[in-house]
Write a protein of this length. Structure first.
Length: 158
């Protein structure tokens, strides 16, 4: 059972997100329901640790098993979701993930995967490009530049 609930037109979410970085780019995704980019991840289930949840979500969405390098941010967000028009109160933990050795970096700059009936389009977005993209969470558009250089994996996308 996901840790989320709806009260009237408001919704609470406890989420985790994977920050996957390679060569000054971050892996972002969108699906057929969302007009914006966002990070791989999802809701934490009752009784599940945030660490297990982020690994599970990456396995479900990207079909690879990542390694957690470290937590990066805890963000409390308040926003109206474009898809369902509910007012969200969201707590999200962002984890820096290592996907080396999984084959993910060999899939190219853009690729599509299917999870059940949903299509997920993935794209490696240059940090500088985040400012111009329809991308959530908003804080990441600037905070991504505060990460130490050693947090960027070295790949062919450099």
């Amino acid at each position: 059972m996901d840790i989320t609930y709806v009260a009237g037109r408001e919704k609470f979410n406890y989420r985790v997100c994977a920050v996957i970085i390679s060569g000054g780019k971050i892996l972002a995704m969108r699906d057929e329901r969302s007009p914006y980019f966002y990070l791989p991840g999802g809701r934490v289930q009752l009784g599940e640790t945030a660490e297990r949840a982020v690994i599970r979500e990456v396995e479900e969405e990207l079909c690879v098993t990542p390694t957690i390098l470290r937590p990066l941010w805890l963000n409390q967000g308040f926003f109206t979701e474009d898809v369902d028009q509910l007012r969200y109160h969201e707590l999200c933990i962002y984890f820096l993930m290592d996907v080396s050795g999984t084959g993910l970096l060999d899939r190219g700059e853009r690729f599509t995967l299917h999870e059940g009936s949903h299509r997920h389009d993935f794209e490696w977005l240059a940090f500088e490009r985040l400012q111009d993209e329809y991308f959530y969470p908003l804080f990441l558009k600037t905070s991504i530049f505060d990460l130490p250089e050693q947090f960027t994996l070295k790949t062919e996308y450099e």
